[in-house]
Design a protein around this ligand. Structure first.
Ligand code: MN
Ligand code: MN
Ligand code: MN
Length: 286
């Protein structure tokens, strides 16, 4: 059975509306899905009735940004109460911070004589629409304007630390974000652990701090095919007593290397994340 616990809609920086995402899940036979938009549950809420109608099981989800020892880490929250006031206030604060950062970035670009993209502020607002602003929207705009070819190029030339559009983010601390998720009855998961490019030792440090804060899961599977990387992460999860999650991080259909639900199975040597859920997954023995 196909499961995907990490994907995005237009409620954050994805290309599809929540309904279009559900249609895609049906098309790809994904039976259980967590919509994990950046710092909002709006897409999940908009998809609920439609998913039920289409027979796709939705688990509540979010991908929250946080600070760990001066670096940005993404934590996926799963199977929490989406009405929990503390969690929703925390996410609202992050969204406000994201606009503060985006406006500072716009001001930096506008003040550069060698950067020429007229009406940047207006275009970013159009690009974001009802979503949650992030650097991905700048990157997508720059691609569409022909300034760069792809997302890595946009970050390399304009958005990463040391480039003209870089503005430091003031994310809440890791422990705080994990605390919101667990207070809302959910399970916290370290998202895409390989993206941070940490040494083994540093990843272990992150895991230890995450566990001390109440975190219980790590994304072991982000890829379509079984690999030594997945086995390595499964062993690491076991060594630290974490449960394994899986998610494609789907954002848009043209990113064909991150297809919705296109994921290798979780290795049997590690307990799957749904064992910690209050919501039983239909069609699975717990
Ligand atoms: Mn994103
Ligand atoms: Mn992420
Ligand atoms: Mn993501």
């Amino acid at each position: 059975m196909k499961i995907d616990f990490h994907c995005h809609t237009r409620a954050s920086d994805g290309a599809l509306t929540p309904h279009e995402l559900i249609d895609l899940a049906v098309k790809y036979s994904v039976e259980c899905l967590a919509i994990t938009d950046h710092d909002t549950t709006a897409g999940y809420e908009q998809a609920l009735d439609y998913a039920a109608e289409k027979g796709v099981q939705l688990i509540s989800g979010v991908e929250a940004s946080c600070d760990w020892r001066g670096q940005t880490i993404h934590i996926v929250g799963l199977d929490f109460d989406p009405r929990h006031a503390g969690l929703q206030q925390g996410l609202a604060d992050i969204r406000e911070m994201r606009w503060t950062r985006a406006n500072a970035m716009i001001a930096k670009f506008e003040n550069r004589y060698d950067f020429n993209l007229p009406n940047l502020s207006e275009k970013i607002h159009e690009q974001v629409a009802e979503g949650v602003v992030g650097r991905g929207h700048f990157s997508q705009l720059f691609i569409e304007a022909g300034l760069v070819k792809n997302t890595p190029q946009a970050f390399d030339r304009y958005l990463k630390r040391g480039r003209i559009g870089y503005v430091k983010s003031e994310w809440p601390p890791l422990a705080e974000v994990v605390g919101w998720i667990t207070a809302a009855g959910g399970v916290a998961v370290i998202a895409h652990p390989k993206v941070y490019k940490y040494t083994s030792r540093k990843l272990n440090m992150l895991i230890e701090d995450f566990k001390a804060a109440g975190g219980q899961g790590i994304e072991v599977v982000n890829q379509p095919h079984a690999s030594s990387e997945i086995i390595g992460l499964a062993d690491r999860a076991n060594a630290h007593g974490l449960h394994a999650s899986l998610g494609s991080d789907f954002h848009r259909p043209e990113h064909t290397w991150r297809g919705l639900g296109w994921l290798a199975p979780i290795p049997e040597r590690v307990p799957p994340i749904w064992q910690l859920f209050k919501t039983p997954i239909k069609g699975l023995d717990h």
